[in-house]
Design a protein around this ligand. Structure first.
Ligand SMILES: Cc1ncc(C[n+]2csc(CCOP(=O)(O)OP(=O)(O)O)c2C)c(N)n1
Ligand code: SF4
Ligand SMILES: [Mg+2]
Length: 276
């Protein structure tokens, strides 16, 4: 593990270590995850959240290493278990702002059975799906979002599987906040993260990012930059049907697809029952 030097802290100025630990991420140079981390650290600062008011729960994978770099309560759990464990943390300590973090393999593959339940229960957790369409940590096998036909470590002649559509899935499972961001657009990610953290209930953030080491051909920075575009500004975020239609578009649209701010969260239901 390499650590941030005192010299760098001096250069970056006061506040640099407010939310980040001294451990330097072990991610590869150029990985999109740096942009995601940068956006999130800035957003929690802008929201004025105190370190002890937050908890980051992750699964296993390159994305799963996130709690190591953030100076808040953290739990680097088992592969696929960020969602149930973050749900438990939120129910046990409703005063905490809880983040669940995982990759496409983690959240949609081995942990895929948990996603419908946190969505339908509307548990107040913000889920960050770091989607590089590959298993990064284990060196480039096909994941549930690898496009059909892409050559990967596990399918050198082309992935034979139909990929999942994370935004369409989250909408179909009944998530009350669904948005997509691109690792190359820090301002766009900051905007959706800000709204997601403020949302009362489950929020799902699909964050598209390249794996520069194990995908040199398909979802590269160049290709993703060509595919990504903002949602039409006429899109009404309370229109579930339109959100689903846009989620199915071939282009990778970014922004808030859907929000239901009126739906009570799971904690609201528990509170009402407790008082009743
Ligand atoms: C039960 C279990 N099965 C398999 C693994 C091996 N494994 C570790 S990370 C990973 C996939 C990581 O891919 P993803 O979730 O997309 O995260 P990324 O590394 O791309 O960020 C796998 C299969 C494991 N750690 N535990
Ligand atoms: S293997 Fe891929 S996802 Fe993992 S740190 Fe390197 S570039 Fe990022
Ligand atoms: Mg991945």
């Amino acid at each position: 593990m390499t650590y941030i030097s005192d010299a760098l802290v001096k250069v970056r100025g006061e506040g640099f270590l407010d939310y980040r630990t001294r451990e330097l991420p072990t991610w590869c140079p150029g990985c999109g995850y740096f942009g995601i981390a940068h956006a999130l650290l800035q957003v929690v600062g802008a929201l004025g959240l105190r370190n002890e008011e937050m908890c980051v729960v992750s699964g296993i994978g390159c994305a799963g290493r996130f709690p190591i770099f953030m100076k808040v309560y953290g739990f680097h759990t088992l592969h696929g278990r960020a969602v149930p464990i973050s749900s438990g943390v939120k129910l046990a300590s409703p005063e905490l702002t809880v983040f669940a973090i995982g990759g496409d393999g983690d959240i949609l593959g081995i942990g895929g059975g948990h996603l419908p339940h946190i969505a339908r229960k509307n548990i107040d957790v913000t889920l960050f799906l770091f989607d590089n369409s590959i298993y990064g940590l284990t060196k480039g096998q096909s994941s549930p979002t690898t496009p059909m036909g892409n050559a990967t470590g596990s399918h050198p002649r082309g992935n034979p599987d139909t990929p999942l559509n994370p935004v369409a899935l989250a909408l179909s499972y009944g998530a009350s906040f669904v948005a997509r961001g691109f690792a190359g657009d820090v301002d766009g990610m900051k905007s959706i993260m800000h709204q997601a953290i403020n949302h009362k209930g489950f929020s799902f953030l699909h964050l598209v990012s390249p794996c520069v080491t194990f995908d040199k051909e398909n979802y590269t920075w160049k290709r993703l930059s060509e595919l990504v575009m903002p949602l039409p500004h006429t899109h009404a975020t309370d229109d579930h049907e339109a959100a689903l239609r846009l989620a199915r578009d071939e282009r990778i649209m970014t922004g808030v697809f859907y929000q239901d701010s009126l739906r009570p969260s799971y904690i609201d239901h528990l509170e009402a029952q407790r008082q009743g």
